[in-house]
Design a protein around this ligand. Structure first.
Ligand code: NAD
Ligand code: ZN
Ligand code: ZN
Length: 350
């Protein structure tokens, strides 16, 4: 089968022929219907040798939806409520499988994370940019029913990560509050929709692209602003003067972190999701808003993925996608890199 594999650090991934895997033990084989392309894939492709614990080569793709093709002899499909032929989305963060966190479906915060040579499907382990993907256990699968694959795949990271980031701030998002979303791409446009669907908070969106602000508007944002010198002032005014109760930063550069802390209300919540490598200096006393709380959410839990899938199946979330055949992955990667993608790119195996 064809697979998009990372074979050398610092070089573009290559389309390679690999053998279709045969599920052993508790493994499950899933025939891929769609795989999302995440900005994190670019961070992985661009990583310097040694920066990530992954061993090469491996197949990229950590946002995957498909149909169960085969079960290993020990797969506990009954216990996990899945069977051959079921359509599923992959819970992508794969932990050690043995610690308390993994047992609770919180592999994203596995206690042994620092000693593993992977972070999940397509992140050090073979992922879904291929015709088939091998999943270590049925517990990593969530049924999707008849949800279209291009809608389901992005839920497993763009949807789940946004949902999880918001879960930590939910207490601050009551009636009359304001939330700012910085970066309205694959994750950000779903964050706006999840905010809209699950909180009464007023949503302000920020991006460097007009097209992304149009997407924010279609996603339900109350106001959009281009990133600029006066953005902090504009957003503060739009929040009613006091500042934002919460900020979700899907970029994470020093510039966006400065904007985020510049518009946060005292006692506000900042969730930094983007891996932009920016720095925030903490000093007390200092210029940071008093009492603000910072979170650095990573991905989400399996129970949260079940909730995100339910939200999508209820019609509350609609992923804007641009579809590409898997063979056109280099073109999709190039478009994402140049900031030309609208919503989420989804690759479909031929
Ligand atoms: P994306 O490329 O689809 O979207 C990023 C958006 O940010 C784009 O619309 C872009 O125009 C906008 N942007 C870029 N620079 C900006 C700036 N200076 N100010 C305002 N807007 C700006 O990316 P994505 O797939 O949504 O991922 C977003 C970030 O989140 C990436 O850094 C990715 O690696 C990270 N990520 C983190 C997690 C996690 O668990 N923490 C999970 C997935 C992705
Ligand atoms: Zn991702
Ligand atoms: Zn673990």
């Amino acid at each position: 089968m064809r697979a998009l594999r990372l074979t050398a650090w610092g070089e573009p991934p290559t389309q390679t022929e690999v053998e279709r895997p045969d599920p052993q033990g508790a493994e499950v084989l899933v025939r891929v219907e769609a795989t999302g392309l995440c900005h994190s894939d670019l961070h992985v492709i661009d990583a310097a040798p040694g920066a990530l614990p992954y061993r090469l080569p491996f197949t990229l793709g950590h946002e995957v939806a498909g149909r169960i093709a085969a079960l290993g002899p020990d797969a506990d499909a009954d216990a996990d409520g899945v069977a051959v032929g079921d359509r599923v989305v992959l819970y992508g963060p794969w932990g050690c499988g043995a610690c308390d966190r993994c047992a609770a479906g919180r592999d994203n915060y596995c206690d042994r994370r620092s000693s593993l040579a992977w972070h999940g499907a397509g992140l050090g382990r073979d992922g879904g940019m291929a015709a088939y993907v091998l999943v270590p256990s049925a517990r990593h699968l969530v049924p999707i029913g008849d949800l279209p694959a291009d809608q389901a795949a992005p839920l497993s990271d763009a949807g789940l990560t946004s949902y999880h980031a918001l879960a930590g701030l939910r207490h601050a998002l009551g009636e009359g509050t304001t939330t700012a979303v910085i970066g309205v791409g694959g994750l950000g446009h779903l964050a706006v929709q999840i905010l809209r669907a699950t909180t009464p908070s007023r949503v302000l969106a920020v991006d460097v692209r007009e097209e992304a602000l149009a997407l924010a508007d279609r996603s339900g944002a109350d106001f959009g602003s281009l990133m600029g010198a006066d953005t902090a002032g504009v957003l503060r005014k739009r929040s009613g003067g006091a500042g934002a109760d919460a900020v979700l930063d899907f970029v994470g550069t020093t510039e966006t972190l400065e904007l985020a802390t510049g518009i946060l209300r005292p006692g506000g919540e900042l969730a930094v999701v983007g891996s932009g490598g920016g720095r925030l200096t903490v000093s007390k006393p200092g210029v940071l808003p008093p009492g603000f709380r910072l979170s650095l959410p990573f991905w989400g839990s399996r129970p949260e993925l079940v909730e995100v899938v339910a939200l999508a199946r209820s019609g509350a979330i609609h992923v804007e996608t641009e579809q590409f055949p898997l063979s056109a992955a280099p073109e999709a990667i190039d478009r994402l890199r140049r900031g030309l993608m609208r919503g989420r790119a989804v690759l479909v195996p031929g």
